[in-house]
Design a protein around this ligand. Structure first.
Ligand SMILES: [Zn+2]
Length: 307
């Protein structure tokens, strides 16, 4: 068994050495610079080869023969197979790197394919409720149940109306007022398609808890302006986000003035002295034995989002 393993290792080391040799020979003759110097000096092609160039061509031939030799072919084959077997991200990035080097893009060639383009750019998580978005007909019931839920007793939802009227009909668009006692008031403007009846969130505008302003205006305070801008950015990343997910995001602002940014561990940012108005969704793998609250929306300063 041990003998077998060491034989395999020796064979592997031989293959690696062949590949290293090949690499070194290619490095030594600078294939790229030879050809590009030929291209740069078209007159040189008509002339007799000068000494160094001739030598370079000789070494090219040598490398060619070396490349065709059995042991290099074996090593290349083994490397190819090992690459195929290895599905790791490392291999993928090596391949990308290799492709990049081999083929310089010409202006008319299509843009190189980047795998990250297929990834979701949404700043919202894919939650269970996203598959059953709230319909306008269920909004009143949803609000009643939300206001009775002791998990967020500081938060309240109301259908907002510009005039105090007895009319209970929900308009289109409709404005829903969300408030956290002593922290903020946010107006969520929603609309719905007459056929699907699904509520689509158009804008969210945040104000101070005692600001008396129209939902379509802007807060006097920097912190609420920044907060509104941040949510606008998130909505842009996922325009069809469902109403319940937006409410979940708003609830996470309960600790706006007391929670630390999870990046810099400060409440007020070093620049601007603004609390963490950005939220970043972090998948928590906490099992049922961990009696922790929902901490998936992590508070961050806008300036700490990238780190
Ligand atoms: Zn921070």
């Amino acid at each position: 068994m041990a003998l077998e393993t060491s034989t395999v290792l020796v064979a592997l080391e031989e293959k690696l050495q062949s590949l290293r040799d090949l690499h070194n020979r290619l490095q030594a003759i600078h294939v790229g610079s030879t050809f590009s110097s030929l291209l740069r000096q078209p007159s040189a092609i008509g002339l007799t080869f000068n000494e160094p160039l001739e030598r370079k061509v000789e070494s090219l031939k040598e490398v060619g023969a070396f490349l065709k030799s059995e042991k290099v072919q074996d090593a290349l084959k083994a490397a190819g197979e090992s690459e195929k077997a290895d599905k790791s991200e490392l291999t993928m990035s090596w391949r990308r790197e290799n492709r990049k080097r081999r083929r310089a893009p010409s202006p008319e060639s299509p843009q190189p394919y980047h795998s990250f383009q297929t990834k979701s750019t949404s700043l919202f998580p894919l939650l269970e409720n996203e598959s059953t978005p709230l319909k306008v007909d269920d909004l009143a019931l949803y609000i009643r149940e939300f206001n009775l839920n002791p998990d967020h007793s500081q938060c309240k939802l109301h259908i907002w109306s510009p005039v105090r009227s007895g009319n209970k009909k929900i308009g289109n668009p409709a404005v829903i007022r969300f408030s956290i006692r002593d922290v903020l008031t946010a107006y969520v403007t929603t609309s719905h398609d007459p056929d699907t009846r699904v509520l689509v969130v158009e804008t969210v505008t945040a104000f101070g808890p005692r600001e008396k302003k129209s939902p379509h205006s802007q807060s006097e305070y920097m912190v609420y302006q920044k907060l509104s801008q941040q949510i606008a950015r998130m909505l842009q990343s996922h325009p069809m986000v469902c109403f319940q997910t937006i409410v979940g995001l708003l609830v996470s602002y309960e600790g706006l003035f007391t929670q630390q940014c999870t990046t810099c561990q400060r409440v007020l940012s070093a620049e601007g002295h603004v609390p963490p108005v950005a939220r970043l969704w972090i998948e928590c793998s906490s099992g049922p034995e961990v009696g922790k609250e929902d901490v998936n929306w992590q508070p961050r300063h806008v300036t700490c989002l990238q780190s």
